[in-house]
Each structure stands twice: as C-alpha cells, then as structure tokens.
Design a protein around this ligand. Structure first.
Ligand code: BDR
Ligand code: CA
Length: 303
C-alpha cells in the first residue's frame, strides 16, 4: 500500500477524506498533521483527535501551524460550522497528540523511513512550506505531493482563488516551486465530485461510523449543499486510490501573491504561453460516475 502523510484542517469534507483514507487497503496513513484553515488550529486539531478516536484508529497525530506564513487567518466556518465539523457531536476519547509539532514530526518520520512517502495536504499549505523550507533535505524522502487546492478556472473563495491556496498563498508558492512531483487536485475536478442525496442515503446505516456520516451529512445538507455534497478533499484520496478516474495535464503553475483582486490564484499555463517546464500534473477531468461508485465503496468500508 502507498505510505502517506495526511495534512488536514477538518472540516467536513476533510473528515470524509480521513474516513475513506483510513479504511482504504491501498493507503497506509503513517502520520496525520493538522493545520489552521476551515477553523482555527485548536478546533481542527480537536476535530482530528475526536474523529480518529471515534473511528478506533490509532494514528500518530501532530498539531501544526496556527497561522499562515505571513497573513492573518481567514476561515470557512460559514460552510463547516463553528466547530469546523458541525453535526459531529459524539463524546469520545481523544487521540493523543505527538510531543513535537507537525513540521518536526513530518521531518522525523520522513528521515527515518526506508521508502519515500507521499504528502497529501488538503488544507492551506503552511505546514508543507515550513517543512520544505526548514528541512530541504527531507525532499529526497518525499515521493510526491498530491494536494487538494487551486483551480485552472475560477475560484470558490474569491472570483479566481480557491480557499486553501487563498488562505496561505506564500506557502503555496513555496510548495509549487519546490521541484517535487506534484499533483494538483483542484476545483476543476472537485466541483464535479458531488455526492447526490441518493448515494448518501444508500450508504449502510448499520454501524456507528455510518450513522455518524449520516448525521454530519445531514447537517451539511441543511445548509448550502441541498442538491448534493461537494467532496473536495475526498478527491485527493480518490486520486491516490484510483488515479484512472482523473485526466491530468502537465503544466507550469504559479501562484499570485501580490494582487489584491486575484490573490491566491493558481495561474495554470495550460497552453504553455510562458514556455516554462511543467511543475505540476493538473487534474482537469474526472469520471464522475466512477468517482461516485468509488466513494460509495470507500465509505461503505467503515466499521
Ligand atoms: C477546500 O476548502 C475547504 O473548505 C475544504 O475543506 C477544501 O479543502 C475547498 O476549496
Ligand atoms: Ca480541507
């Protein structure tokens, strides 16, 4: 199976991605790290602690950066609720946190690993940028970065920018220019990755994890996503588990960090106008039907 480090800001779609990843036999999550994004770092970390404990998965978990590299934290509580995972109201144990911070724990794990590890960030890229900047020697141990973020088209947080990139554009710039193999799973595909109510209603209701999903989904659905749930972060896991669901193109991608109007835009040079070498494999197409079948199977595995 594929060893990964999962960097996350749960977040409802983060939570769904965590569930799918932890039960996928093709994926071996060696470490989970948290970052500030959808809500603040205390809440994203608490959500990761209670969700992993609830799922009964003993996963090494480390707390990450509490603010973007140079900017103030904006958030997405309007979508995910004040807790970041509204609808999840189970009292449970909390997975203990590792002693060191996320960046140091990632570094230690990478350097002690015999095989290269894939980084899967599905929140702002703050932790990953810090890792690559503080410990460039760790790059040799990174197989690739498969991230949820960005867009070759329009944005979801501002007209042009996707949320994860907008929150910490300087971090994104560092990550995209790190010279590592990078897969950008952005809005071009995640916006199509909608789980319609029929699929959610058809998920088994027999076990507690599924009941939890129904509750969380129910909450999400009462808000802005009545016609179906957009599973942004789950697409990064789908890409690792079943890459043939996606069409990709190797492109040069840069990040806008100075314009007020287009801050955080991923400028994807699809037609190679700049004549630069590609630095990312950009997901431009998704087999939506195939994704739905994959997601249904992935979420039915929870026990
Ligand atoms: C991204 O923003 C967050 O709200 C989601 O969890 C996802 O990672 C989508 O733009
Ligand atoms: Ca996220």
């Amino acid at each position: 199976s594929i060893p990964i480090i999962f960097d996350t800001d749960p977040g409802i779609d983060d939570a769904v991605a965590i569930i799918a990843a932890l039960f996928d036999p093709k994926i071996d999550m060696r470490l989970m790290t948290t970052v500030a994004g959808n809500v603040d770092i205390e809440k994203t970390t608490f959500n990761a602690q209670r969700l992993t404990a609830f799922l009964g998965k003993k996963i090494p978990l480390a707390k990450g950066a509490k603010a973007p590299l140079i900017r103030n934290l904006d958030n997405a509580a309007h979508i995910h609720g004040h807790s970041g995972m509204d609808g999840f109201d189970y009292d449970d144990e909390l997975t203990p946190l590792l002693a060191d911070n996320a960046v140091n724990e990632m570094y230690k794990l990478l350097m002690s690993s015999n095989e290269k590890i894939t980084l899967v960030p599905v929140g702002p890229l703050t932790n990953i940028a810090l890792l690559l900047t503080l410990y460039p020697e760790a790059k040799e141990k990174i197989a690739r970065i498969v991230l949820m973020g960005g867009s070759a088209g329009r944005g979801n947080h501002t007209p042009n920018a996707e949320f994860n990139i907008f929150i910490d554009p300087e971090a994104a710039k560092i990550v995209f220019h790190a010279g590592l193999p990078l897969v950008m799973v952005g809005l071009d595909v995640t916006r199509q990755a909608i789980l319609p109510p029929e699929i959610i209603d058809a998920l088994p209701k027999m076990n507690y994890a599924c009941n939890m999903l129904h509750k969380v989904f129910g909450h999400y659905r009462s808000g802005s996503m009545k016609s179906g749930l957009t599973m942004h972060d789950l697409c990064a896991i789908a890409y690792i588990s079943k890459p043939e669901l996606f069409e990709t193109k190797a492109c040069f991608v840069d990040i806008e960090t100075s314009s007020e109007l287009t801050l955080g835009t991923t400028v994807v040079d699809i037609f190679n106008k700049l004549g630069k070498s590609p630095n990312a494999s950009v997901c431009l197409g998704i087999n939506v039907e195939g994704f739905r079948i994959w997601a249904k199977n992935a979420l039915s595995r929870v026990s």
